[in-house]
Unconditional design. Structure first.
Length: 299
């Protein structure tokens, strides 16, 4: 058995599921069949201990690279310290950084699809600070994740929390637009070189996982969301959290169909960029010594 020595931290809604499906093909990389263990960010899971984490998700891992793909680790304030104290300082991290306006909008559409959001996009952004405070006070972490459209796009703020414990050399940053979408094969080779595994192995990189989608049945979506007696019964019938998570994810995938969401206007993009993200992007450019001006709607 083994514990992870590599983590894909996200960002959420930035192609991490596609990357997961690509890297799983490599013989030197082990990634559990359930993509997001959520061990370091969900307190109930973390309290189960490292042995539980290892035996639940990495029992069969014998590969050079053992990976955990949980994008919310990048966002969660407790995860950096927990990862450092549990796995040490040598772990490698990959972060795909996407235009923060696009990432936030994709996140919003996901919550809307799953019946967790009823407001329009602009109103949901205005409500976010009040909502997150309420969810934090209620210790409702899942709702906190679902409605953190702005905060999960503040890359510099999230990265700074990790740099308290890890060197910048531990990280590989990939541009979603310029590298992951436009130069997929070269980017995958770059990732494999970063991990120290054979980059000459041919992988199927023509994969597009988790595209924009809508629910086929809203009633089924609401049933999955709602609690009640059937959840209690399911826990008794299937005690394994991992298996319940896999079943839930498969049911949700079967209940969605691909669609093209409405596009944000240039005016809306410019307003959101300037109001919520301009300052954080400047900080990110300073940390990474990297020009991110292609995210500016006016460029």
């Amino acid at each position: 058995m083994s514990l992870p020595n590599f983590m894909c931290l996200g960002a959420a809604k930035s192609g991490t599921t596609t990357l997961y499906d690509i890297l799983r093909q490599h013989p030197d990389i082990y990634i559990p069949s359930f993509k997001e263990p959520h061990f370091f960010d969900i307190p109930e899971n973390f309290r189960n201990g490292l042995k539980w984490y290892e035996e639940t998700y990495f029992k069969k891992a014998k590969n050079k690279i053992v990976a955990d793909f949980t994008p919310s680790y990048f966002f969660d304030e407790c995860s950096p310290k927990r990862i450092f104290e549990s796995l040490g300082s040598d772990i490698k991290f990959l972060v795909i950084i996407r235009n923060p306006v696009d990432r936030a909008y994709s996140h919003y559409l996901h919550s809307k699809r799953d019946c967790h959001e009823i407001e329009d996009f602009e109103e949901s952004l205005k409500l976010e600070p009040r909502r997150l405070k309420q969810y934090a006070d209620q210790s409702d972490y899942l709702s906190y994740l679902r409605h953190s459209y702005i905060h999960q796009s503040l890359y510099a703020q999230m990265l700074e929390r990790y740099l308290r414990y890890f060197s910048l050399d531990n990280f590989l940053f990939i541009s979603f637009e310029n590298e992951f979408l436009q130069e997929r094969e070269l980017t995958i080779k770059h990732i494999l070189d970063f991990l120290g595994v054979d980059s000459s192995i041919i992988l199927d990189t023509d994969i597009r996982s988790n595209p924009s989608s809508k629910a086929k049945s809203k009633n089924l979506k609401k049933l999955i969301k709602r609690g009640g007696w059937w959840r209690v019964l399911l826990k008794k019938m299937i005690p394994s959290l991992k298996i319940r998570q896999i079943i839930k994810n498969r049911v949700q995938r079967l209940n969605i169909s691909v669609f093209s969401p409405p596009q944000l206007s240039h005016l809306d993009r410019k307003k959101i960029y300037n109001l919520y993200f301009r300052h954080d992007i400047r900080n990110l450019e300073g940390i990474l010594n990297r020009d991110m001006s292609h995210w500016n709607p006016d460029n």
